[in-house]
Design a protein around this ligand. Sequence first.
Ligand code: 13P
Length: 251
Amino acid sequence: MRKPFIAGNWKMNKTAVEAADLASKLKESVGDFKDADILICPPYTSLAAAQEAIKDSVIDLGAQNMHWEGQGAFTGEISSVMLKDVGAKFVIIGHSERRKYFSETNEKVNKKIKAAISAGLLPIVCIGETLEQREKGQEKEVIENQLKEGFDSLSEEDLEKITVAYEPVWAIGTGKTATGQQAEQMHSFIRNWVRENFSDQTAEKIRLLYGGSVKPVNIKELISNENIDGALVGGASLKVQNFTEIIKNSV
Ligand code: 13P
């Protein structure tokens, strides 16, 4: 049985003071709820403040991106080593906004996954098709390619550290959620891909999150599907009450 996993991607929101406030209110609101794993991913500049605010709580800390090199002349970048140092346990890799606005390719995603794992971070790897690709019936092909190239030369052991987030681009920030059935279809496709390319055991263990307009009202339907193990939540993770309800409705 896979434990539900609810992760909040705060995107480019919250100053350090605001992040500390949101994180400490969330800590209070979830109390010692342990039936789901809970994660928040604030922007880089708020990681330390958020970490301080969630100390001794059931909430974990994650970042939204990283560079694949450990250090060096990469102006403006942040490494896995730095994220570990600030207390991050997870890192989101390959979010569609990074792919769309910052030229993140499957090849870069692959390098980042490897660097994250070797630094001891747990990657949450985002994949998903655009509306245009879905309308052309290419969604499975796109996902398969993202998996094939993104997971290139990873070992079975690496896969055990990875969470996959299926986020159809057309459902992000649009209020349009994929139906439980649409999401389940893709999740089952992803799990089968892992089964075929790695093993039964890894396929059964790996957690697959859905992302795209997840709210307190739709999480139950989504997570009732066999292959949906949780959610990567954007907008609704910025509101303590909404995020808490999503967490509690996930079990
Ligand atoms: P929304 O929940 O705001 O649609 O964002 C989803 C997302 O991109 C999470 O990474």
